[in-house]
Every structure is written in structure tokens, then in C-alpha cells.
Design a protein around this ligand. Structure first.
Ligand code: PEP
Ligand code: MG
Length: 876
């Protein structure tokens, strides 16, 4: 039997193997095929990673054998030898998953150096200083990444030696100094590990591969995956690539570049590089690099070749590329290329221009933008007036556009904690590192002191669409005191600042923000998405203002108007509370009389905002704990309003207490107990429609939706009230008004008996919030408290309240859709739970054959794009 292959030389790889060899591996193979100058090597597949975990975190002997063999082949190709004293082969060992996860996993450079190879390297390059510099970097990186020793302890040794030599920069240390550093590093290693630093390159390599596999499961990678919907079972590949050196002298250098500007999308090479440096110096943001244009002056020949290859790569991949390159003694190498991360603005401009340039079709172009990314364009920018009045206190690099105003916090942990408690947070750091990921995700803005446009903070912030100002050296941050100082003023933890990621300006006060609009490239791009998709997109909107916002963002109707939400405001909630605590029909009617005109007026406003678009109005569904007064003050006021005593009211409230209000007296259950509520709501819906159709000449067809139905007779009972009330009103008005009555499918029993329910319902809307809570059997209100443990223990990979659980809840949606349409072939199907705005859930809805998704106004553009992408991927 032929055994499975786990290791591939770059020249054995092509673009179709991405899932197997990861994005980086696939691109290295592809570039090798294109004949580009790529340091050669091999890729250990993602399947080897999966196997590593299945085998209890060990690399099997057969995989090790394959690695040995690939290493020998690499030696032949490069003409160098692993661990050789004459002509040593050194390699980099880097992770590379199917999709890039910048900085989330580990990398080791210069692997293969030992006490002998360092001599070989020195001789070969005629540069002893360089050889020992590489060796000390390797010892530190290997010890830290592969064996978990403290990086800081190594840095302290280096700092001590620099201090003793009275120099500031690493580059000022001599070969002799660096030999001493190496000796001290090895001593530290011996002390910490109880053995010598490993001299066998093979042993080093296997340890490094293990470290990369291990890093797939580190906490920051797990958080990144959850934020980006990347499944845990994909695993990472490991790329082992011959090293080339950008730090062998002044005819060397290293850099990163994008074929178009990743912040604005402008079609112009964008990048930076450092002379005499290694890649990590650029990415870590320790030295501030030079713009790529300067390379044209420094090394015109190299620049010319670089530009030719960059253009070739962009045409080949038909997308903007993010490339890493190294120049070793005047010779250019490309270390990797990938489709570059970019801001939402840039993504739209690039996608539209690639179509205009004739490179992509519209279908291909709309696949280039991640739907969730649009979010950044839908959120506020600074109010121009507020901005005019504000004076910047500092300026850094405009690393990721957008405007943010929030309270400053200096650690990722603090940022996360304060954001969780509802504050808007700006994370301020000297520089960010991958450990900061959760704090960065929680922040509305990120401000760093060090680092360039390609530093970790900048790359990650752009990826997340979070506003970021990087490299703002003007502010002096004290991480210890949790303050920063600029222009003699000190800003403390919790103070407000505003940052502008489009200009790099920092303001020492809160600046008002304003809503965005869809125009320009965004408008063109979205119009293509609309041409392509078949799934309609509606919005969940409860007020005329939200309805107008939804139309602005392209909603084609309202899929859910939660009528109880119309009463959250202070002056209205009293009427609803009065209705809830009423003990007699008379009392309740008094309260309903107060509610009726408010509801009618709101519906008029909503119909007017929606014009010809459909509007689904859901009848009252107030979980009692959200509406009952709990503060003494409120209870007193309400008692007074109802002319009863405090004690009397308090006793009623106590009697209404439910142990599990989410499964309590809400939804249609209220209307069954108190039909007058459904009657009043029908009146408001129908009277408003009659009035608007009469006055404006619209043709509003209200869709009345009955919530929390689990049994067809519940629906029938409420529907009868609706129909008799509505028909009487319509007759009386003399206007020919059409209306529909449908239901939410949000209780498992409703899904399972959907054929019965469809006899009474003209439409279904899946309430996947309740359907999820009831299918899983955990409360929406309480699950947040323990779901984090589920992620930590890998019981769940994602929050089923955000992303539809296709295996369980999704089954119910499928069953109900099928059963419902068997009874009523033209049954209109939609979804209005939170999932309606989640891209992977939207794709699911498309595949199940729903007519529309409905989500919050701010997610409407995201859903429109996700629906178009679903159409392209799964034509229906
Ligand atoms: C639902 O349950 O999915 C729904 C949309 O209703 P609500 O969130 O108001 O319960
Ligand atoms: Mg519900």
C-alpha cells in the first residue's frame, strides 16, 4: 500500500494544493513554477499538523523520515549542507495556514546554526560579525519559540553588553562582542534547560516544526480564528526555506511591499525596507524603515527587477499582492507573496478598478471583499465641525482609516475589560504584539508609539477594520504608570482621546462622530452585489429613524419590527408597564388606549420611510423581566399613575415574577390570555396603513407576525382576532387594503409541525435567537457566562447565537422550510434572528432557499454582499 505523503518540495507544489500546503506553501510553489528567485525548500502539510494532534502531539517517525529526505533534496538544490563547517545551509521555519493569520503563529529564522556552522558562515561570507549576529538571533528565537524560555532574559544580556560597550544600536557591536553574547546566551540556556544548546541541526529542525504545530493551538491563534471564522481542524503547514540574508552589509536589505496601497487602494507600489537588516526588524517595528521609493535611488537595478516581479505577481494572482523580499549582496530574492490585507476602502477601490482594468469579472470582484469588512465603512467618521474646532496633540502614521473616540487604556487586558463593561476604548501601546489581539479586537481605536505601516499593529488593525494610528513617537507612554505625555500634558487611564486613522492625527479630547453614507466605489461595488444576488435583504427596525437608516443602507423591506421595542423610551414604558400589571380588563383597556395612538403614529412613520417596501410587524413579545419595574422609584410612580397603592402594585409585580422569563408569559401567550392586546395592535397596524395609503397613495401591505408559536391552534386563535378586527376596520374605511398574517418559527415544536402551521400562516420568519436558545436548551441571557469555557475547552468553536449552528438549529430550519412549502408552495420564508447579518449564516439561508434575511440596519450591506457571494459560490 502506498503511504500518504506529508512533505512536498516547493517544486512539487502548485496553486491547487492550498488546503494541503497552506497559502504560503502554495504561493511558494507557484512562484517557483513562474521561475522567480525564490530561496528553495519544502512544506510539511496541514495534514501532518492534524496528524500531529491526533497522535497526541508527536511527529511520527514516517513524517520525520520524509522531512530528512526533503532536507537532503534541498541541500542538493542549494548546493549547501545542513550544519556544515564549510558551506552551511540555514533555514527559516514558518507557519502557513490555508488563510494567512499574520503574527498569530511562530517563526524561527537561521535554523541550522551551531558552533561549527557559525564558523562556516563566517568564512563563507567573510563576515564574522554577521555570522555571530545570526547565531545570537537564532539562539534567542529558538529558545523562546521552540522551548518557551523568556525572551526578556536574552534581551537583558544583549542590553548589558551594549551598555558595557557604551553603544546604543545592535549594529555597533563588534564580532567579539557578539561572540560574548552568544557565550552568555548558551550559558543562560544551560542554566534554564539543564543541558547544552542543541548542536544537531536535525534536532533543531524537528523541535522547530513541533513548535509551529503547537502554535496552531496557542491562545492568540484561537482568538484570531474565532474572530475570523477559521475552523480549528484546518491545521497549519510548516514551510522550511533556505535562508538568504539581508543583514550581511550595506548591499543587503529586507522589506515588505504591496502592489497597491493597502490603506487607500491607490494603484501605486507601497512598501518599506531596511538596509542591513533581517525581516523580523521590519515586522516587529523596532527600527523605522525607509519608503520603497528610496530603493530606486539606493539600488536602481534591484528596484527595476523588484518592480518587474511585483507586477508579474499581481497579474498572475489578479489581486493586490503583499510581498516579502530580501536583498543579499545585491541579489534580490522573494520570500513570499500573498493577497494583501487591506482596509475596506482599499478593498472596494481595488475590486472596482480591477474590473475596470478588465482583469476581473464583477462576480470575481465581489468575492474579493470580506463582507464583515464593510462594517468599518458603516460606522461614524468625525463630525467636520467638531474636527475643525479640535487641535491635534500629536501625529503618527495613518495606519488604518476611520475615526475613533474613546477612553484610553494601556494594556490589552484593561481594554478588553472596559470594553466588556460598555465603554468605548482606545488601546494605547508602545507597540503591539500578537498577545494583544483580544484587546485590539475590543478597542474602537489603536494608538502605538513605535512601528511603521507594516508593523503588527498596522497590519492587524487593517485586517480587523479598526482605526489605528501607529508610530506616534511624539507621545511618551509609560506603560507602568498607565499614562502618556505630550506637549507637557499627561493623559491618564480613562481619559478621552480621539484618533483619526486616515490622517494619523491624535486629539486630546472627545470629538463627535457622524454617520457614513454609501457612495463612490462603495456604491458601485454594492450595485454589482445587488445585480448578482437572489436572496433579498431586509432590516430589523423598530422606529421610523431606524427604518430610514435601513433604506439608506439598501434594505428592501423590514423583516422584523419588534413592537415592544417602540416603548423603551422613558415616557412610553410606563404605559406598557401599566398594561402588564393590569389585573382587570378595564385597567388593561385604559393602558391600551394610551398605547394605541403611539403605535399608530410609529407605524405611519415607518410606512412612510419604507414607501413601497414590505413591512413585517411583530406583535408584542416582551420577556417580563425586561419590562417590569424593579426600582422602588418606578414602582411608586406607576402606582400613582394607576391610582393604586404601592403595596398593591408591588404584590402584583411579585406575583408576575417568573423563574425563566425567556420561556415565560411572552409572545402569542400574552395575546391568548389577553386578546385585547392583539386587537389593539391590529387596530394600530391597519389604521396606520389605511391612512398612509390614502394620503400618500402608497400600496402598503402590512405583514402581521405572531411570535412564539409552537402549536397551530395558538396561531389560529390570535389570527382570528387579527382577521376579524382588521376586516371590520377595512370595511369601515372603504379602502381596499391587503394584509398578511404569518408567524415566527422560533420554537422547535413549530419547526417540527410546520406543515400544520403553514395552513394558517402566509409566511414564516425564523427567529433563530429563540430557536437557538430553545434547541440548545440554554438561555440567551445566561449562556454568555459559560460559553467562554466552551471555547477554551474546544467544546464549541463559535457562538451559536452569532453564527447559525447548521448541524442542529439549521436542521430545524430546513425541516420547517420543507414542511411549510409542502402545505403552501408559495410560503414566503425569511429569517430575522441575529444570524440574518452573519455572512456564513446568510450563505446557509441562501442554500436552504429562504426568500430573505433580515438584520440590523448596520449589517444590511454586509448581508447584501454575503448574499451575492453565496449566489456566486452556490448558484441556485
Ligand atoms: C428571534 O427569536 O430570533 C427573534 C428575532 O426575536 P427576539 O430576538 O425578539 O426574541
Ligand atoms: Mg424571538
Amino acid at each position: 500500500m502506498e503511504s500518504k505523503k506529508y512533505v512536498y518540495l516547493f517544486n512539487e507544489i502548485d496553486a491547487t494544493m492550498r488546503n494541503l500546503v497552506g497559502g504560503k506553501g502554495a504561493n511558494l510553489g507557484e512562484m517557483t513554477k513562474l521561475g522567480l528567485p525564490i530561496p528553495q525548500g519544502f512544506t510539511i502539510s496541514t495534514e501532518a499538523c492534524t496528524k500531529f494532534y491526533v497522535d497526541g502531539k508527536t511527529i511520527s517517525d514516517s513524517v520525520i523520515e520524509e522531512i530528512d529526505l526533503a532536507m537532503q533534496r534541498t541541500e542538493e538544490i542549494t548546493g549547501k549542507k545542513f550544519g556544515d563547517i564549510e558551506n552551511p545551509l540555514l533555514v527559516s521555519v514558518r507557519s502557513g495556514a490555508r488563510v494567512s493569520m499574520p503574527g498569530m503563529m511562530d517563526t524561527i529564522l537561521n535554523l541550522g546554526l551551531n558552533d561549527e556552522a557559525v564558523l562556516g558562515l563566517a568564512k563563507l561570507t567573510n563576515n564574522e560579525r554577521f555570522a555571530y549576529d545570526s547565531y545570537r538571533r537564532f539562539i534567542q528565537m529558538f529558545s523562546d519559540v521552540a522551548l518557551g524560555l523568556e525572551k526578556r532574559d536574552f534581551e537583558d544580556i544583549l542590553d548589558d553588553i551594549k551598555e558595557s560597550r557604551n553603544v546604543k544600536l545592535d549594529t555597533e557591536l563588534t564580532a567579539e562582542d557578539l561572540k560574548e553574547v552568544v557565550a552568555k546566551y548558551k550559558e543562560l540556556f544551560r542554566k534554564e534547560m539543564g543541558k547544552e544548546f542543541p548542536q544537531s541541526p536535525k534536532e533543531q529542525l524537528i523541535n522547530a516544526v513541533r513548535a509551529v504545530f503547537d502554535s496552531w493551538d496557542n491562545p492568540r491563534a484561537n482568538v484570531y480564528r474565532r474572530l475570523n471564522d477559521i475552523p480549528g481542524n484546518w491545521g497549519t503547514a510548516v514551510n522550511v526555506q533556505a535562508m538568504v540574508f539581508g543583514n550581511m552589509g550595506n548591499d543587503c536589505g529586507t522589506g515588505v511591499a504591496f502592489t497597491r496601497d493597502p490603506a487607500t487602494g491607490e494603484n501605486k507600489i507601497f512598501g518599506e525596507y531596511l538596509i542591513n537588516a533581517q525581516g523580523e526588524d521590519v515586522v516587529a517595528g523596532i527600527r523605522t524603515p525607509l519608503p520603497i521609493a528610496k530603493l530606486e535611488e539606493d539600488m536602481p537595478e534591484v528596484y527595476k527587477e523588484f518592480m518587474e516581479i511585483a507586477n508579474k505577481l499581481e497579474s498572475h494572482y489578479r489581486d493586490m499582492q503583499d510581498m516579502e523580499f530580501t536583498i543579499q549582496q545585491g541579489k534580490l530574492y522573494f520570500l513570499q507573496t500573498r493577497n494583501g490585507k487591506r482596509t475596506a476602502q482599499a478593498a472596494l477601490k481595488i475590486a472596482v478598478e480591477l474590473v475596470e482594468e478588465g482583469i476581473l469579472s464583477k462576480e470575481e470582484a465581489i468575492m474579493k471583499v470580506e463582507p464583515k469588512k464593510l462594517d468599518t465603512l458603516l460606522h461614524p467618521t468625525f463630525d467636520p465641525q467638531g474636527l475643525k474646532e479640535a487641535t491635534p496633540i500629536a501625529k503618527g502614521l495613518a495606519a488604518s482609516p476611520g475615526a475613533a473616540c474613546g477612553k484610553i487604556y494601556f494594556t490589552a487586558l484593561d481594554a478588553k475589560a472596559h470594553s466588556d463593561s460598555g465603554e468605548k476604548v482606545v488601546l494605547v501601546r508602545l507597540e503591539t504584539s500578537p498577545e494583544d489581539i483580544e484587546g485590539m479586537a475590543a478597542a474602537v481605536g489603536i494608538l502605538t508609539v513605535r512601528g511603521g505601516m507594516t508593523s503588527h499593529a498596522a497590519v492587524v488593525a487593517r485586517g480587523m477594520g479598526t482605526c489605528c494610528v501607529a508610530g506616534c513617537g511624539e507621545i511618551a507612554v509609560s506603560e507602568k504608570n498607565k499614562t502618556f505625555t505630550v506637549g507637557g500634558v499627561t493623559y491618564n487611564e480613562g481619559d478621552y482621546i480621539s484618533i483619526d486613522g486616515s490622517t494619523g492625527k491624535v486629539y486630546g479630547a472627545a470629538i463627535k462622530t457622524v454617520s457614513p453614507e454609501i457612495s463612490g466605489y462603495f456604491g458601485t461595488f454594492m450595485s454589482w452585489a445587488d445585480e448578482i444576488r437572489s436572496l433579498k435583504v431586509r432590516a430589523n427596525a423598530d422606529t421610523p429613524k431606524d427604518a430610514a437608516q435601513a433604506v439608506e443602507f439598501g434594505a428592501e423591506g423590514i423583516g422584523l419590527c419588534r413592537t415592544e421595542h417602540m416603548f423603551f423610551e422613558e415616557d412610553r414604558i410606563a404605559a406598557v408597564r401599566e398594561m402588564i400589571v393590569s389585573k382587570t380588563l378595564e385597567q388593561r383597556k385604559v393602558a391600551l388606549e394610551k398605547i394605541l395612538p403611539m403605535q399608530r403614529q410609529d407605524f405611519i412613520g415607518i410606512y412612510e420611510a419604507m414607501e413601497y417596501r414590505p413591512v413585517t410587524i411583530r406583535f408584542l413579545d416582551p420577556p417580563l423581566h425586561e419590562f417590569l419595574p424593579s426600582i422602588d422609584e418606578d414602582i411608586k410612580d406607576l402606582a400613582e399613575q394607576m391610582s393604586i397603592t404601592y403595596d398593591e402594585l408591588k404584590a402584583t409585580i411579585d406575583s408576575l415574577h417568573e423563574f425563566n422569563p425567556m420561556m415565560g408569559h411572552r409572545g402569542c401567550r400574552l395575546a391568548i390570555s389577553y386578546p385585547e392586546i392583539a386587537e389593539m395592535q391590529t387596530r394600530a397596524v391597519i389604521e396606520a396603513a389605511i391612512q398612509v395609503n390614502k394620503e400618500k397613495g402608497f400600496n402598503i401591505v402590512p405583514e402581521i407576525m405572531i411570535p412564539l408559536v409552537g402549536e397551530v391552534k395558538e396561531l389560529k386563535y390570535v389570527k382570528d382576532i387579527v382577521v376579524s378586527t382588521a376586516d371590520a376596520l377595512i370595511k369601515e374605511s372603504g379602502v381596499d387594503l391587503k394584509y398578511m398574517v404569518g408567524t415566527m418559527i422560533e420554537i422547535p415544536r413549530a419547526a417540527l409541525t410546520a406543515d400544520e402551521i403553514a395552513k394558517e400562516a402566509e409566511f414564516f420568519s425564523f427567529g433563530t435567537n429563540d430557536l437557538t436558545q430553545m434547541t440548545f436548551g440554554f438561555s440567551r441571557d445566561d449562556a454568555g457566562k459559560f460559553l467562554a469555557d466552551y471555547y477554551d475547552k474546544k467544546v464549541y468553536e463559535f457562538d451559536p447565537f452569532q453564527k447559525i449552528d447548521q448541524t442542529g438549529v439549521g436542521q430545524l430550519v430546513k425541516i420547517a422550510s420543507k414542511l411549510g412549502r409542502e402545505t403552501r408552495p408559495d410560503l414566503k420564508l425569511g429569517i430575522c434572528g441575529e444570524h440574518g447579518g452573519d455572512p456564513s449564516s446568510v450563505e446557509f439561508c441562501h442554500n436552504v432557499g429562504l426568500n430573505y434575511v433580515s438584520c440590523s440596519p448596520f449589517r444590511v450591506p454586509i448581508a447584501r454582499l454575503a448574499a451575492a457571494q453565496a449566489q456566486v459560490t452556490n448558484k441556485r
